[in-house]
Structure formats: structure tokens, C-alpha cells
Design a protein around this ligand. Structure first.
Ligand code: DX5
Ligand code: ZN
Length: 217
């Protein structure tokens, strides 16, 4: 399966979001970090900004909701134009119902696990999803160091996906860069979020090409 590189606009200039979105048009998806200052200690953007971004770029939006009560809010992000919506299982009251609702509205349903959340209790939920996100930093901020101790969890997630014969993307997010992406790919990830490694580069489009090359080898 081809790999996907998803630059995170958390590391972009928020005053020039449309331009920053266009600067990474070689990307597969644009990763949009929604934070509510409750689920994580940081605040970013919400539905109206996603709606405008969806108009401003042809790149599909991959919305990562780091918010309380995703059961209520996630469907609104699909309506705003997100092609993929990720909710955190730690915050969801009814993850199966929510995943089904996201899919029914026409988006890719994805579930995220914080570093301390084990994958095993959610094995039976995997068929309800299009993507699983294994966080490789504590969610909340860009530019943090990659947590190597998450590599075994990525491996276990890949084993479970394969064991059930599922077509499920396995995404990693946090500290993914030229120095860590190969380890993630080797462990079984195939969708790579990169914030600072893309927007901190001289040429974001070049950085995407380089990361893709590394992940494919
Ligand atoms: C962190 C966010 C990430 C963040 C990654 O909570 O979910 O998407 O933008 O940034 P880097 O790639 O700089 O770790
Ligand atoms: Zn994210």
C-alpha cells in the first residue's frame, strides 16, 4: 500500500493559512489539529476555519479532533468539508456509533490513541474504522520529541490490522521527521503526520518528497 504524508498546519503561519495550505499541495492530506483547551492544554481552531480551509485548498482535510465530546462535534467537521475525521477514544462516549456516523456522512472515520492508551481493548472496534492513529507524542503541541516507546504499539496495531485482514490506514503523529520516519514505517505505519518537519523546512514541498522517499524504502 502506498504511503501518505500529511503535513500538519499546526506548524504553519495561522495568519496565512490559505497560502500555507497551498504550499503543501503535493501532500496526500492536510492534517488539521483541532484543540479545545480541555482535552489538551492548547487552543487552535474550530468548524468555521475548517470550512474556509476546505474552500481554499484542493488537498483533502484530515481533521484530528483533540477535544472533549467528539460525539457531538465530529459530525460538524464532516459537514464543514473534512474528508477524514479522527476522534480520541479517551474522549468519545460511544466510539462505534460515532465512527458509523462519520462514515455515514461520507468521511473517513478514524480513532486516536494517546501514548498511555493501549490498543488491545479496542481490537473489536477496528472494522468500524478507516484509520487508526497512534500518537507518538502527548497530544497538544507541535515540535515535541518522538516517543520511541510507542514503536511496539505501532507494531501491535499493524499485527491486529493484518490478523483481521482489514484495509485500515495506520497513522502516526508527533515528532515524525527525517530521523524517525523510517522506524515508524518499519513498525508498520503508512500515514505520516509531520508538522515541524514540513513547515520548518526551507521548502515544504521538498520536505514532503524526501519524507515520502524515506517512508517508501
Ligand atoms: C500534536 C499534533 C500534531 C502536531 C505534530 O498534538 O496532533 O499533529 O502538529 O507536530 P510535529 O510533527 O512537529 O510533532
Ligand atoms: Zn495531529
Amino acid at each position: 500500500m502506498a504511503v501518505q504524508i500529511n503535513p500538519s498546519i499546526l506548524s504553519a503561519d495561522f495568519a496565512r493559512l490559505a497560502d500555507e495550505a497551498r504550499a503543501v499541495e503535493g501532500a496526500d492530506w492536510l492534517h488539521v489539529d483541532v484543540m479545545d483547551n480541555h482535552f489538551v492544554p492548547n487552543l487552535t481552531l474550530g468548524v468555521p476555519v475548517v470550512e474556509s480551509l476546505a474552500q481554499a485548498t484542493g488537498t483533502p482535510l484530515d481533521c484530528h479532533l483533540m477535544i472533549e465530546n467528539p460525539d457531538r462535534w465530529a459530525p460538524q467537521y464532516v459537514e464543514a468539508g473534512a474528508s477524514s475525521v479522527t476522534f480520541h477514544v479517551e474522549a468519545a462516549a460511544a466510539p462505534v456509533r460515532l465512527a458509523r456516523e462519520i462514515r455515514a456522512k461520507g468521511a473517513r472515520a478514524s480513532m486516536a490513541l494517546k501514548p498511555a492508551t493501549a490498543i488491545e481493548p479496542y481490537e473489536d472496534l477496528l472494522p468500524e474504522l478507516d484509520m487508526l492513529l497512534v500518537m507518538t507524542v502527548e497530544p497538544g503541541f507541535g515540535g515535541q520529541a518522538f516517543l520511541d516507546i510507542m514503536l511496539p504499539k505501532i507494531r501491535r496495531a499493524r499485527q491486529l490490522i493484518d490478523k483481521h485482514g482489514l484495509q485500515l490506514w495506520l497513522q502516526v503523529d508527533g515528532g515524525v521527521s527525517a530521523t524517525t520516519i523510517e522506524r515508524c514505517a518499519e513498525a508498520g505505519a503508512d500515514v505520516f503526520v509531520a508538522g515541524s518537519a514540513v513547515y520548518g523546512a526551507q521548502d515544504p514541498a521538498d520536505a514532503i518528497r524526501a519524507l515520502r522517499g524515506q517512508a517508501e524504502t
